[in-house]
Design a protein around this ligand. Structure first.
Ligand code: AVJ
Length: 340
């Protein structure tokens, strides 16, 4: 089931009355009860966890935007610089003019805004998990690109991406920047990329940003910044879980922990109890000992060769990739492999 809300539920300022507001499609969300049950089960498990998609309530999306402005958080900065420097070459690597530009995890739509003039898509489709945030972001983007046909799709794409039928199938450009692919284990990344591949026909293109392995000190600083923004982002998930699962987490009881696990080549984020605490919810509870952790995120760091073979496993051939001089971040262009 889908719900379409062409007017975004907001009053239209008179000066903009002539412009159509972007339509927003909310793909069926899991029933509230099943989200609560999933979260409670994950908290009760011997190794407690909260899936990273729960970071992104409205405040969490704003905190993530703040992270991207931090000096320590190099991925956004380096990727933006790669796109600034190499956009013409990236846009020439595979044909994209007149495409349907699918912005996967659009967030504030700023990254898309920085490339749209080079891509000249016919349609812009912003996909994000936070419906409220998406609505605000599209309204902003529309002021800068009043002539662009826009659609918002609010959906959970944490395992595969499904698009509603209204999204044109021809020449889809999937724009997946920021190394969000890092949240997937390598096998899950292949599954996810394969789901994009299957929605590409033969003329589709993938533009994807990938964070690379680098010295531990640089990585750990990026996920534990001096200002404590990443700590706030991580701890905010407990507020969100309280509202979704009826838990009674007290934020002062939990501290942010982030480290690079070299063997798995991933940053891990956890929330660590600073004293013995009991967390209760309707129908259950759990005791956490001082120092016990709740796992909240994996962020895998790849190599060029390793990521190229993940793409290949998903049926995608790399037609170009660009990196900064230090080799901290890469931007890949890939197309469906011939014959599959
Ligand atoms: C949005 C998944 C790319 O892993 O770097 C940033 C999320 N977490 N700081 C990342 C995140 C902590 C981010 N991704």
């Amino acid at each position: 089931m889908t719900r379409t809300d062409p007017h975004g539920g907001e009053a239209n300022p008179p000066a903009e009355a002539a412009l159509p507001l972007p339509s927003l499609v909310q793909l069926a969300l899991p029933p509230a009860g099943s989200v609560a049950a999933e979260l409670r089960a994950a908290l009760a498990a011997s190794k407690a966890a909260i899936p990273p998609r729960f970071f992104y309530d409205d405040l969490g999306s704003r905190l993530f935007a703040a992270i991207t402005a931090l000096e320590e958080y190099y991925p956004t900065r380096v990727e933006a610089q790669l796109l600034r420097e190499h956009l013409p070459a990236i846009a020439r690597a595979a044909p994209v003019a007149g495409c349907t530009f699918v912005d996967v995890g659009a967030g504030n739509c700023e990254k898309a805004a920085s490339v749209l003039r080079a891509v000249t898509p016919l349609h812009y489709v912003a996909v994000d998990i936070s419906e409220d945030y998406l609505r605000t972001s599209l309204a902003q983007l529309r002021l800068r690109f009043p002539a662009l046909h826009m659609l918002g799709v609010a959906t959970d794409f944490s395992s595969v991406l499904a698009l509603p039928d209204v999204v044109p199938a021809q020449r889809r450009l999937f724009f997946y920047p920021g190394s969000s692919i890092g949240n997937f284990t390598p096998p899950d990344a292949v599954t996810f990329l394969g789901s994009l591949r299957r929605q590409m026909e033969t003329d589709g293109v993938l533009w994807i940003g990938v964070d690379l392995v680098k010295p531990r000190s640089v990585l750990e600083r990026a996920y534990d910044d001096a200002l404590g923004v990443t700590a706030a982002f991580n701890r905010n998930v407990l507020r969100h879980v309280n509202s979704l699962a009826g838990t009674d987490f007290v934020l002062d009881d939990w501290r942010h922990v982030a480290f690079f696990a070299e063997r798995e080549s991933r940053i891990e984020m956890h929330l660590e109890a600073v004293r013995d605490v009991t967390v209760a919810w309707p129908g259950g509870s759990r005791r956490f000992a001082n120092g016990e952790r709740i796992h909240t995120e994996h962020s895998y760091k790849h190599t060029i060769a390793g990521f190229r073979s993940l793409l290949a496993e998903a049926g995608l051939s790399t037609v170009g990739h660009w990196t900064d001089d230090a080799g901290w971040f890469a931007f890949f262009v890939a197309v469906p492999s011939g014959g599959s």
